[in-house]
Ligand binder design. Structure first.
Ligand code: HXC
Length: 270
């Protein structure tokens, strides 16, 4: 029997449009890709935002676009997440502009395909420093403000490390560290009113993960390869972020939310 194609409802239509009114989001890696759409979805629910990345031109363009699309204010702040001082300056810019931070998305990530044998020590270290150390640095820079607002973190991880994925040793090690770090953060800061969760997107159409980093087999997998009858889209991931930051998720912390339409289970069962 053919699998029915299911159209995902947009979170914009599910949650009230003002649930994040007066809230402020700080997002690393928010200038492009999945994270940019997450920022858009959260701004569409009333939040203002700062997006952080290495390329100020691209960030400024994205911030202007996000402001126009949502009617909220988005600010661009240049920082390399490997540099704690640059992150502190990005946080200071956010506080100066908005006075608070409620939500943080740790989304900045590095990735390229390389075998363990073909990867230099510096190549491995670079990705771990961007993904894992960058997450630590972002949390350290924002933690005092999230304690004040009783805010929440979302760390963008992946499903690559749940089982082995060839040519992704560096990212797998880095994201496993992110998952573990988030769980510890949830335990240590839960009593101070902070939640920390991970979103692990599976294959998502129209992203770098598919166009540049996935195998031909994955790219050519038809909709029947997915239990829900279609590949994921960026809105699916953004909707998960809206949910996790919302009060509907107020008793959820220390979790990894896989957004892959059940794809991981198909891979495991084959
Ligand atoms: C092997 C590579 C390489 C490659 C870089 N290196 N690219 N090694 N193959 N393709 C090595 C370099 O030779 C160098 O080692 C070291 O990595 C650092 O490279 P630099 O270019 O000097 O570092 P930097 O400028 O900091 O850039 C780091 C970067 C980054 C990791 C390459 O620019 C990057 O990742 N950009 C892409 C970001 C991206 O696509 N993110 C999306 C993630 S989505 P040596 O030894 O020569 O000094 C995602 C989902 C996956 O991950 C889902 C899949 C299905």
């Amino acid at each position: 029997m053919p699998i029915k194609h299911v159209v995902a409802p947009s979170s914009v239509d599910v949650f009230k449009p003002d649930i994040f009114q007066g809230k402020v989001l700080f997002c690393t890696g928010g200038g492009s890709g999945i994270c940019k759409v997450m920022v858009e979805a959260i701004m569409r629910h009333g939040a203002n935002a700062t997006i952080v990345g290495r390329k100020l031109d691209r960030l400024t363009e994205a911030a202007n676009e996000l402001s126009q699309l949502t009617g909220q204010t988005c600010v661009a702040a240049r920082a390399d997440v490997r540099d704690p001082q640059q992150l502190k300056e990005a946080v200071a810019k956010t506080i100066e502009r908005f006075g608070r931070i409620d939500f943080v998305i740790c989304g900045a990530a590095g990735n390229f395909l390389a075998s363990i044998d073909g990867m230099s020590e510096n190549a491995f270290k670079t990705v771990v420093e961007i993904d894992t150390l960058g997450t630590f640095n972002t949390v350290k820079a924002t933690l005092p403000y999230l304690r004040a607002s009783h805010g929440a973190y979302i760390h963008v991880s992946s499903t690559l490390h749940h089982k082995g994925t060839p040519y992704q040793a560096h990212v797998s090690a880095a994201k496993a560290g992110v998952d573990a770090f988030s769980a510890v953060l949830a335990l240590e800061e839960g009593p101070k009113g902070i939640r920390s969760n991970v979103i692990a997107p599976g294959p998502i159409a129209g992203t770098e993960g598919i166009s540049r980093l996935s195998t031909q087999m994955l790219r050519s997998a038809g909709s029947s390869a997915y239990p829900l009858g279609r590949m994921g889209n960026v809105q699916d991931v953004a909707s998960a972020a809206v949910f996790l930051f919302s009060d509907a998720a107020s008793y959820i912390t220390g979790q990894v939310l896989v957004v892959d339409g059940g794809f991981e289970h198909v891979r495991v069962s084959q």
